[in-house]
Design a protein around this ligand. Sequence first.
Ligand SMILES: C[S@@+](CC[C@H](N)C(=O)[O-])C[C@H]1O[C@@H](n2cnc3c(N)ncnc32)[C@H](O)[C@@H]1O
Length: 202
Amino acid sequence: MKKEKLIRKYDKQVKMYENNRKNQKLAGLRNKIIKKAYGKVLEVGVGAGANFPYYDRNNVEVTGVDFSFEMIKNAKRAASIFQVKAKFIQEDIDELILEDNSFDCIVSTLSLCSYPEPILTLNRFNSWCREDGIILLMEHGLSSNPILSVTQKMIDPLYTKISGCHCNRNINKIIEKSNLQVDQIERYWSDIIYLVQARPTK
Ligand SMILES: C[S@@+](CC[C@H](N)C(=O)[O-])C[C@H]1O[C@@H](n2cnc3c(N)ncnc32)[C@H](O)[C@@H]1O
């Protein structure tokens, strides 16, 4: 899908992602991963700021990146509501230029499904994260349940057309092929949701 079309699609979905902030099903998982964030945090695909309620606001300075203007607008509002110190960059993650080793923590939630080259994107996280930093992911991907995974593979073209992202990505394999070193992976909801704590290799 062309980038401009994808951005328009996400611009239009902003209300749904704003409501996601109140999604109780995901709240516990977001809290579990986001409470580990500290220091200078880069949150990629920040969306409407669904993670802002869960940051330890006394311990983080967030830089939120998203290529959708509408998402950034809502994320700014969320940062203000939850009193998280944050600044924002409206940019495509694949075109973003940041200094190497400039963040203590990189956060991505439900975003890896959107990037055209997710392994390369993870490798960019690897470069931006300090050697002693952490990378925190909450992603959705292929289930370990055979019936669900076959269904996910079957519906992916339609799913992508509607939502802009993929539902059939094998997150374990993507991370394995990247430069990240995994410390912990937990899986939920028939293994569709992956909570990952990783660190960079330098
Ligand atoms: C599925 S939403 C997830 C939003 C949020 N992280 C959450 O947990 O609710 C994916 C977000 O990534 C953004 N996004 C997708 N591809 C992107 C890219 N290449 N560069 C920057 N942002 C991107 C979209 O605009 C959208 O806000």
